[in-house]
Write a protein that binds this ligand. Structure first.
Ligand code: ADP
Ligand code: MG
Length: 695
């Protein structure tokens, strides 16, 4: 039986009492189909199944109580009139307060009446009270239970109240009871997890003995059963793309003879770290296969990703193919261009360069070189995936600092292969350490390698936070460091994304610093400068002809000047942790101990204080990423463009981390052996939200 037979995929308008208006409001909650209703889970529950002894009540509880009216009286006067009613059940007494009086209310609450009341318990002037409870007068031997199940409280929105949601979800559950296929493959759930129907009954209509705390925390077996299926569906939707690519696309087999790679390694002034070696080997193996490589290489700032990329590029060149390296900013692309040239030209590998800012004539020449067999490696910005760019034989696309690119840009470069059936291998590098759980969900279409080791001899950066009022001290510190032969960055940040405003702020700062510190050789880089100018300033700084570099966040990624050992970051409270960690990664690259001064505007908000505290405490990018994830959610880590793609209804990859390994394995097996089942799961959980991973 498929979903269509059960009526679950029909729009909500198929239900009784749902017209166009209500359907529109439900859509705001992400509810479009009957199935969406079933998967709309409660935030919490109210217990209306049995009265609580009044003597046991605590403020803040929402409870059902039952008692006898002792006294009812009007209090206050004028606009502040209210009715107070005291009830008692023998264990204690409680005051009911009614501000909105209506005819007959006073009479219903006459002394001696038995009442059932549901409401929120609050402290009052004379002990605990309940304002405007729902009340019911009990007659004789009537059972006091209001419900036989706990009452769910759902996420709601304007015009869709709890009563409506409960009614609709109960209707939707009837379709489920009529036959909702259990799609979870055998062996995944393991013992202790209920079937799908049972899990849904439990979350929507828990019995009074259910462990509500576990339900609200999402750790109850019923919740875990649903989270498991959701994680699997999500994983499938991402991995499916990968299997399609594997089935339908071939990649060039790049085995290579190691000649160029050996030469590069021999020419380096250092030995590769064990982590670099391991990741380079993983990539080497991938490239030698006819399946397109899709690999994410994570490594903290300064872990030495560039040389790993260069080795991969050379493997392509050894096979007569080209490699393209795409960087997210002009500055970083330029720096890669210089770096790759200094490594590869001695090996007689031609390196070409393409940026959006090249003058037309130079651009034409570059396009011709890229299209020619002589060119081995092409470095550039996103200009590389424009339509006019024709590669000679693109075998490998390397994307640096992936989090700055959207998923779609990444896919666009894949399409630059020789023809429709052959696509280049793809390697993505990111310095934003993505916690494993997030990587497994957000980057499920990729294999992941981690360079989890820094080159030896690095000393950790000491970080301090200093209020702007003590700017003078900070400047003195810069002067002192530079006088002793070190170099420093002064980073100007603005909230505005406008390059012009950022540039202005940096220009103002450089003027002030030059005046205050006349002995220092101070330079300036910002995003509005011409490439040649930027390059010249960066070169001056790299070669020690400048002491102090005032910069905007253009230097955030990749910039590498080992002698720079002090960084001042203005307005750090405005930036996210990941970005601050990247910036700070520009220092601590040499043997001198480095420091970072966070020059903040007082007073700090609670949140900002906590974020800066994290940076002061640790330089471990993974720890920082975990904190960022906890403080700001996945958007900050992955780039806002991509966040909508992994909003889970039920699962929480951090909380449910232990389920992920099993899910990944089963996902791969299903895609290979039971693609129809995989499709059904994706339709059920991801549905229209699956734009990601599809070309
Ligand atoms: P990132 O991973 O941040 O891109 P880079 O590739 O820019 O790091 O490397 C940072 C610095 O470390 C560069 O100066 C690079 O030459 C140097 N480096 C890379 N690998 C090693 C190593 N194994 N030993 C010593 N220095 C290294
Ligand atoms: Mg880098």
């Amino acid at each position: 039986m498929n979903d269509a037979d059960t009526g679950l995929t029909q729009p909500v308008t198929g239900l009784r009492g749902v017209g166009a208006r209500l359907a529109e409001r439900l859509a705001k909650l992400g509810i479009r189909t009957v199935q969406d209703l079933v998967l709309h889970l409660p935030l919490r529950y109210e217990d209306r199944t049995r009265p609580q002894p009044i003597g046991s009540l605590l403020p803040g509880q929402s409870v059902l109580v039952q008692g006898e009216v002792m006294l009812t009286d009007l209090a206050g006067g004028g606009g502040r009139r209210r009715l107070l009613c005291r009830i008692s059940d023998g264990t204690g007494s409680l005051t009911l307060v009614f501000f909105r009086l209506y005819p007959g209310l006073h009479a219903r609450l006459s002394k001696g009446v038995q009442l059932a009341c549901f409401g929120d318990v609050r402290p009052g002037p004379a002990g605990l009270q309940m304002a405007h409870p729902e009340i019911r007068v009990l007659h004789g031997g009537e059972p006091s239970a209001e419900e036989d199940r706990l009452t769910p409280v759902y996420p709601a929105t304007d015009g869709v109240n709890q009563t409506t949601l409960r009614r609709l979800i109960e209707q939707a559950m009837q379709f489920v009871r009529a036959g909702l296929p259990d799609l979870l493959p055998d062996g995944l759930a393991g013992p202790g997890l209920p079937g799908l129907l049972e899990a849904l009954e439990t979350v929507h209509r828990p019995t009074p003995d259910c462990d509500i705390e576990a339900m609200q925390a999402g750790t109850h077996p019923a919740c875990r059963r649903l989270a498991l299926e959701e994680l699997l569906a999500h994983q499938l939707s991402l991995r499916q793309f990968r299997y399609q690519a594997r089935r339908e696309r071939r990649a060039p087999v790049l085995r290579g003879d190691h000649r160029l790679r050996r030469q590069l390694i021999a020419s380096l002034p250092f030995a590769l770290t064990a982590a670099q070696q391991r990741v380079a080997d993983q990539i080497g193996t991938d490239l030698a296969r006819a399946e397109p490589m899709l690999r994410l290489v994570q490594g903290d700032v300064g872990s030495g990703k560039t040389v790993v990329a260069a080795l991969a590029a050379l493997q392509a060149v050894e096979c007569g193919q080209q490699a393209a390296v795409m960087a997210p900013t002009e500055l970083l692309a330029e720096q890669h261009y210089q770096g790759f040239r200094s490594w590869l030209e001695p090996l007689e590998v031609e390196v070409a360069w393409l940026s959006g800012k090249l003058p037309a004539a130079q651009r034409r020449t570059m396009l011709e070189r890229i299209a020619s067999a002589d060119c081995g490696v092409v470095i550039g910005t996103h200009a590389l995936f424009q339509d006019q760019v024709r590669f000679h034989r693109l075998g490998l696309a390397i994307i640096d600092e992936q989090h700055r690119f959207g998923v779609h840009q990444r896919l666009a470069l894949r399409e630059k292969g020789q023809d429709a059936e052959v696509q280049p291998h793809q390697m993505i590098m990111t310095a934003t350490p993505i916690p494993r759980t997030l990587a497994m969900t957000a980057y499920a279409d990729l294999d992941v390698s981690v360079i989890d080791e820094l080159p030896p001899g690095r000393t950790p950066v000491t970080t301090v936070a200093i209020p702007d009022g003590r700017r003078g001290e900070v400047m003195a510190r810069v002067a002192e460091a530079c006088a002793s032969g070190q170099q420093a960055y002064w980073v100007c940040t603005l909230i505005e994304e406008s390059e012009q405003l950022q540039a202005q702020a940096a220009e103002d700062t450089v003027a002030l610093l030059r005046e205050a510190l006349p002995t220092l050789r101070t330079g300036l880089v910002h995003g509005r400068m011409k490439s040649v100018e930027k390059e010249a300033v960066m070169a001056d700084f790299a070669q020690g002809r400048l002491d102090l570099l005032v910069a905007t966040t253009v230097i955030e990624v990749g910039v590498n000047v080992p002698n720079a050992s002090l960084m001042v970051i203005e307005n750090p409270e405005r930036l996210g942790l990941a970005q601050l960690h990247q910036l700070r990664g520009r220092v601590g690259r040499g043997a001198t101990s480095s420091s970072c001064v966070l020059l903040y505007q007082a007073p700090l908000t609670e949140g900002a204080r906590a974020r800066l505290g994290v940076l002061r405490r640790t330089t471990d990018g993974f720890e920082i990423a975990r904190q960022d994830l906890a403080h700001r959610g996945p958007g900050e880590l992955l780039g806002t463009r991509q966040t909508g793609d992994w909003q889970f209804r039920i699962a929480d990859p951090e909380r449910d981390a232990d389920l992920l390994d099993g899910v990944r394995q089963v996902a791969d097996r299903l895609l290979q052996q039971e693609p129809e089942l995989a499709d059904a799961l994706i339709r059920r959980w991801v549905g229209q939200r699956q734009q990601y991973g599809r070309v």
